[in-house]
Design a binder for this molecule. Structure first.
Ligand code: PMP
Length: 412
């Protein structure tokens, strides 16, 4: 009980940082449980973005004028803050992209061009978001390669023994999510990386649902590539990160051509810019990058370990409360989970549940969560998903449970 009282005191301060959390929907206080789709933004991030356009806006790396210089400096400073946040060895290993989807497409294209040929194989898992399936499928179609899939058990956990069996001399790359957006499963990516590396195979980690929940250290993980989205970690939309080890980024051809990614252009031949600019064609989303860096600072100020502990408390509380609701079944019972819970109520379609909850001011996600293959694995066409983060409260979980009871009463 003491922990809960302390929690509620701290949480009032935290929630005050996020203007949208005090909004009302249908005249009811908003209960925002769709953080896996996108998170709300603290005021400091909104201020940082506004400051770009009110104080120093100029295109980056281009002009000799003061506005361009100031923006370039802020952009490169943002890159350094991202580097430090994920503990990359070098700033040059941090590429700004449009998001996780952009990052994975970029690697799938560039890696495919350089290293993949007919008969080769790429390993992904049954848990993947479409963003970590479709780019590889497209690349495999272009190159005559194929996808191999790591299966999961009934709790939604990756079967490591099956992964080991999939490795072959034709495996070119392994690409796995750090946590499932659909079931919440935390994937043992460290173990997967160690196993893949012992066979000389590089690994991409889709960190879209990982980076916001705990400390991520790419040097310690030793992943070859790491991708994440700004908008899922309290930053703006349209910005994301591709981390890549320097040796790979040096060798891979660029994904897109255009301004700033070049060293010298003639009609006969173009030579490319050095890292990281080789992978940043055209005017980048510099306001987004600066906003993202501010969001990462905010996460550090809040404390990543504290965030992880709070979210674990929310997960345990919500899991316990939902388990008490009789005709409700939770999908994804991994021992290690992010604060995401997928469920179905017996006999009630997920869209009906989601719609009735929405009318009570409770925002949940329904459907396949852009992860159709894992829905197929469980023989369902979707779930209701709550994805919580550190600004959510125990009280909101109680409101959700009352809302679910109402749904059940309406259908009984
Ligand atoms: N991977 C995972 C695990 C995700 O949850 C998401 C977003 N739901 C993505 C990739 C794609 O992220 P974005 O749409 O920001 O590119």
């Amino acid at each position: 009980m003491r922990i809960i009282i302390l929690e509620l005191k701290d949480i009032a301060e935290i929630r005050a940082d996020f203007p949208l959390l005090s909004k009302k929907v249908y005249n009811k206080p908003l209960v925002y449980f769709d953080n896996g789709a996108t998170t709300q933004k603290p005021q400091c991030v909104l201020d940082a973005i506004q400051e770009v356009f009110t104080s120093y806006n100029g295109n980056i790396h281009r002009g000799i004028h003061a506005m361009s210089d100031m923006t370039s400096e802020a952009y490169e400073n943002a890159r350094e803050r991202v580097r430090s946040f994920i503990n990359a060895a070098r700033k040059e290993e941090v590429i700004f992209t449009s998001g996780t989807t952009g990052s994975i497409n970029s690697v799938a294209f560039s890696f495919g061009e350089r290293y993949v040929g007919p008969g080769d194989e790429i390993i992904i898992s049954n848990l993947e978001h479409h963003a970590n399936i479709v780019p590889w499928q497209m690349m495999c179609q272009r190159k005559g390669a194929s996808l191999r899939i790591i299966p999961v058990n009934d709790d939604g956990e990756i079967l490591i023994d099956e992964f080991v069996k999939l490795l072959s001399p034709r495996t070119r790359l392994v690409s796995v999510t750090q946590a499932s957006n659909a079931l919440g499963t935390i994937v043992p990516v460290g173990e997967i990386i160690r196993i893949a590396h012992s066979a000389g195979i590089p690994v991409l980690v889709d960190g879209a649902q990982g980076v916001q929940h705990d400390v991520v250290d790419v040097s310690e993980l030793d992943c070859d590539f790491y991708a994440f989205s700004g908008h899922k970690i309290y930053g703006p939309t349209g910005i994301g990160i591709l981390y890549g080890k320097q040796k790979w980024l040096e060798e891979l051809p660029p994904y897109q051509g255009g301004g700033d990614m070049v060293e010298k252009v003639t009609f006969e031949k173009t030579t490319y810019n050095e890292l990281p600019f080789k992978f940043e064609a055209g005017t980048m989303n510099f306001a987004g990058a600066i906003g993202l860096a501010r969001a990462l600072d905010y996460v550090l100020e809040t404390g990543r370990k504290d965030i992880a502990a709070r979210e674990k408390m929310l997960l345990d509380y919500a899991t316990g409360k939902l388990a008490e609701i009789r005709p409700l079944k939770i999908y994804g019972n991994s021992k290690n989970k992010i604060s995401t819970i997928s469920f179905l109520i017996d006999g009630i379609h997920q869209y009906d549940t989601g719609t009735i909850l929405d009318k009570q001011g409770i925002a949940v996600r329904t459907g396949t969560h852009c992860a159709q293959p894992v829905m197929d694995r469980f023989g369902i066409d979707g779930t209701v998903r709550i994805s919580m983060c550190f600004y959510n409260t125990l009280e909101e979980i109680d409101t959700l449970c009352t809302g679910i009871e109402k749904v059940i009463r309406m259908f009984s």
